[in-house]
Design a protein around this ligand. Structure first.
Ligand code: DP6
Length: 329
């Protein structure tokens, strides 16, 4: 029996990943930039055992079958192939954030699984190889492997498509105040959504301008220039949602409340509050702000009727191995 446990944080993309050049290898249409979220985590233990007759998946203590198990099992296939281990595995995963509130869990899930599974199989991968492996499970998972502020370079092939840290978590005290407005599971998940990206006539324009946005975003992070970051993050969010809305069939993730929060954040920034917004494949709004104003932003978001909960997170660290039931401090 071989077992290992890893912990990983989800991430919020400042420059988004939407659409693949190769869906099987998850080679993205464009590079992306994100920040890990320290207060949210997935802890995963993987045990390979010659006695097991099939792979088994437990999430928050519940045995999971169907599509999630198939996806995890296919991923374990890569690890078995790389390591030469041919045992089935038990994957036990715990999330400290509520599932089903529309927060992405596949990033931290596949990042933690990559490290726990390879360690349990006796391998010691460097961060680049781990990021490449995590990418095969879920594209955004490759960005949860390195520390802090992270860039995923699109690359040309499996070898060159991986993520690396552009600044450590301590570099800039930003806060993500996540306004949860709907607990409903998204009707079209990201994996399916990526496949529709090329049906939008706007995708090629979004992709061809991506190197410029990546450059602006990278520089804004390195220089801690919030105003520049705010503008590029919102532009990139609008571009991705424009592609989603003009796909065939169209994907419309926003709800009236989403727009209400967008307008509120715009008015706060106009009055000098360093805050901006971004939205993933769901209706919830991530309000990014400078740490100093995060309490004010959280309070104002909570005052908006229909905001069910506000979850806050600062820049988080890399995916790492832990002993037993440890949780991040
Ligand atoms: C809108 O990484 O969840 O959050 O590779 O199919 O697992 P799969 O997709 P996923 O897509 C993330 C999409 C996004 C934008 C982003 O995080 O960059």
């Amino acid at each position: 029996m071989h077992s290992a446990t890893a912990i990983s944080h989800p991430n919020i993309a400042f420059i988004k990943y939407w659409g693949n050049r190769d869906a099987r290898l998850r080679l993205p249409a464009n590079g992306s930039i994100s920040m890990n979220l320290d207060s949210l985590w997935t802890r995963t233990r993987v045990t390979f055992d010659g006695e097991f007759e099939r792979d088994k998946l437990m999430i928050n203590g519940e045995c999971i079958e169907g599509t999630p198990l198939t996806r995890v099992s296919a991923f374990l296939g890569h690890v078995r192939q790389m390591s030469g281990i041919n045992y089935f595995a038990l994957v036990e995963s715990t999330n400290n954030f509520p599932l089903g509130v529309g927060l992405a869990s596949s990033a931290s899930a596949f990042a933690a699984l990559s490290l726990a599974a390879t360690a349990a199989a006796g391998m010691q991968l460097d961060q680049r190889s781990l990021s490449r492996l995590a990418r095969l499970g879920s594209g955004s998972a490759c960005r949860s492997i390195p520390d802090g502020f992270v860039e995923w370079q699109a690359g040309e092939n499996d070898e060159s498509s991986f993520a690396f840290s552009i600044a450590p978590a301590e570099h800039w005290e930003l806060t993500d105040c996540i306004a949860i407005i709907s607990p409903i599971h998204k009707p079209v998940g990201s994996t399916e959504g990526h496949q529709l990206a090329d049906t939008s006539p706007l995708q090629s324009a979004r992709v061809s301008d991506a190197p410029r946005r990546l450059e602006v975003c990278r520089r804004a992070i390195l220089q801690r220039d919030f105003e520049t970051l705010a503008k590029i993050v919102e532009l990139d969010c609008h571009l991705m949602h424009a592609v989603m809305m003009t796909s065939n069939p169209p994907l419309l993730y926003w709800q009236p409340k989403t727009l209400e929060i967008i307008l509120a954040v715009q008015s706060w920034r106009a009055s000098g509050i360093p805050a901006c917004y971004t939205i993933d494949a769901g209706p919830n709004v991530h309000v990014l702000c400078i740490g100093e104003v995060s309490e004010w932003v959280t309070m104002r978001l909570k005052e908006i009727p229909g905001v069910l909960q506000v979850i806050t997170a600062n820049p988080g660290g890399a995916t790492r191995l832990i002993e037993g039931e440890d949780v991040p401090s």
